[in-house]
Design a protein around this ligand. Structure first.
Ligand code: HEM
Ligand code: HEM
Length: 251
């Protein structure tokens, strides 16, 4: 594996090591908050704050992991062929600036108190991810919600998940105060949990499908719709080389 290949592992590793364990703790604490409020079990007074603190870390972890995935796609495309990268080094610098701006809006979301500012910075952060994700270097399966491929897209489910988490983080004081918003939050949390499972499945699928950097020229010459790879001319008369036989068997 080259250093670019190791970089591609940073996003899944961060999600598996940091995000999913925090998901477990957040869900458990959320259930305890509900049990405490309904008087089903006795819980310490710190449980609601612990839950929402974990939720905030979860949202931030997901945003950072997504930014790393996007950054990888830009940098790896640039490193592979700088001359073919649309806009060249100048555009790459602009994209890096947008990544920094998105991170800054996330950090500001942690600090601001007024509802309008919270809504603005959550939206700004999400818009930053959408803007970066809409670039041609980002693999999105399909952008048409009327096709099945759109709903199987790791990118679009990730964007929806990030939006829901950012909304929850921004509305934290209102969720604490209002029963209606708490009910809405629980419904959103069910969808969030479902999307986290979807991301684990589609992310593992993508890991299987994406070749290592030095394998790309061979793999991308395959016809992905027909599920067939070009079979090179056999060397000599003793039949196809062992590697060719494997490619033919896979097709
Ligand atoms: C998988 C993710 C999550 C699940 C399953 C979840 C679940 C829950 C549940 C069951 C409750 C109790 C509702 C009730 O009392 O009826 C709750 C409350 C709450 N959640 Fe979450 N939640 C999640 C993520 C988040 C996130 C990301 C935040 C953002 C900071 C958050 C903030 C809150 C707040 C502020 C409350 C109200 C606590 C209080 O009553 O003081 N949650 N959550
Ligand atoms: C919280 C859960 C996750 C979210 C929100 C998320 C989101 C994203 C996003 C937005 C991208 C950018 C698409 C791109 O660069 O092309 C991406 C890329 C990727 N993700 Fe995830 N992801 C999550 C979990 C995972 C997991 C658990 C794995 C693997 C086990 C994984 C594997 C990948 C891979 C391999 C890519 C690169 C795809 C490519 O560059 O075309 N992700 N992810």
């Amino acid at each position: 594996m080259t250093s670019v290949d190791w970089f591609s592992l940073l996003h899944p590793v961060l999600v598996i090591l940091f995000v999913y364990p925090v998901v477990g703790a957040t869900v458990r604490l959320g259930i305890l908050v509900r049990e405490k409020r309904l008087g089903i079990t006795q819980q310490p007074d710190t449980v609601p704050a612990e839950h929402s603190d974990h939720g905030r870390w979860l949202a931030s972890g997901v945003v950072v992991a997504v930014l790393i995935a996007l950054l990888y796609s830009f940098v790896s495309t640039f490193v592979a062929d700088a001359a073919a990268f649309a806009g060249g080094g100048g555009r790459l610098a602009q994209l890096l600036l947008a990544v920094g701006g998105t991170l800054l809006s996330l950090m500001t979301l942690w600090r601001v108190r007024r509802p309008l500012w919270r809504a603005c910075f959550a939206l700004l952060c999400w818009a930053g991810l959408l803007g970066l994700g809409s670039q041609p270097e980002i693999w999105r399966l399909s952008d048409n919600p009327l096709t099945g491929r759109f709903w199987a897209s790791h990118y679009w489910a990730g964007i929806l998940l990030t939006g829901l988490l950012l909304w929850t983080t921004a509305a934290r004081p209102e969720i604490q105060r209002s029963l209606r918003l708490r009910r809405l939050h629980v419904s959103a949390a069910v969808l969030i949990s479902l999307l986290l499972a979807v991301q684990a499945i589609t992310g593992s699928r993508d890991l299987l499908e994406i070749p290592l950097s030095w394998q790309k020229p061979a793999i991308y010459s395959c016809d992905f719709n027909a599920r067939r790879c070009p079979v090179p001319e056999p060397q000599g008369s003793a039949g196809p080389a062992p590697g060719v036989a494997i490619v033919a068997a896979l097709a």
